[in-house]
Design a protein around this ligand. Sequence first.
Ligand code: 7TS
Length: 406
Amino acid sequence: MISITEILKDFPIFETKIHGKRLVYLDNAATTQKPRQVIEAISQYYETRNANVHRGVHYLSEIASEDYEEAHNKVAKFLNAKGMEEIIFTRNTTESLNLLAYSLGLNELEKGDNIVLTRFEHHSNLVPWQQMARRQGAEIRFIEMTEDCRLDLASAEKAIDDKTKVVSITHMSNALGTIIPVKEVSKLAREHGAYMIVDGAQSAPHMPVDVRELDVDFFAFSGHKMLAPMGIGGLYGREDILEKMEPFLFGGDMISIVSFDNATWNRLPWKFEAGTPNVSGGIGLAVAIDYLGKIGFDKIHYIEHELTEYAHERLNELSFIKIYGPEPKYKGAVVSFAMDGIHPHDIASLLDEDGIAVRAGHHCAQPLMKMLGTDSTTRASMYFYNTKEDIDALVESLQKIYKLFS
Ligand code: 7TS
């Protein structure tokens, strides 16, 4: 089994000093750090294989195309999709969700239909649907949150009905860490014939995802939150639905035959990948998936759960800290908190002076923050390369900050 010392050696960023201090990186829900293997795969691609894909018959173009297709196959296996025709590469989760909002929204949503979301959504799974609902005369409904910040399944039964066209929910809240029981919700969506969409930005990096087991139609994710470079992400879509769906972006590569007054579409997944794609990003993503496979989700879950429990335990020792969100057993490795009398931005700036990177703000979930009676929190989010020493450093620095302010 690979040790934490060996893991840390794979991440060059941890050699960087921040204000002369060791980097304590607790902003993994925003983006994760990249292992050497991913960084090297990207530079190797540009040094030895760079060419545009699906266009040339020359050697470099052929191998770049093969590598890019292979990356789709890798993601298909990672999510247990049937094959690469079900995997569309996008820039990120936001683009994947906009693809769906536009393609399904403009072509399928009708006046009187409803779209069901949860109260936990990141703005990128809320605002696109708000816009489409407004344009098409559809209604947005919400599955409620319980007192202890979990999903209220009883309210899901009320929200989803025969007029529900789309159910689009996060798999894990980025602001609170709450894990959402997707399978239970997808059962309800199935009973009412609605499309079932999952925002997997926070789940794909941390837990095994099996789109067939979850019984979902779409699953969106971002590479940069799971060790891959920025600018590459994806969307799983069920083949029979993607076949029927209208494309989102139009142009090169996504077409089959074009005349001056018409066009037909390329086969899947290329029908949804217009223009020159992010080939090096795709290659980096494939290597990131290999890296995650080497560590294994069992180990990732074990490390993250231990860290989350430890963070709760240590932060609960501090009388001036209030943690938002559910107990560790109901959530991923995210701890959102407030500190008596000190604004989260001040906390984050002072933590930064100690080399500790956290996020402060609304975490792109303004309505959720409002429900919690605040407008921002400080958030520490962990990954498998974090340690208990990182949590100790956070706690020590918070104690120092509290003393400074009082
Ligand atoms: N959905 C969820 C649940 C997210 O956490 C994020 C990003 C997104 C969608 C959007 O992902 P993107 O890659 O398209 O930007 N969340 C965060 C965060 O918590 N802090 O910074 C970005």
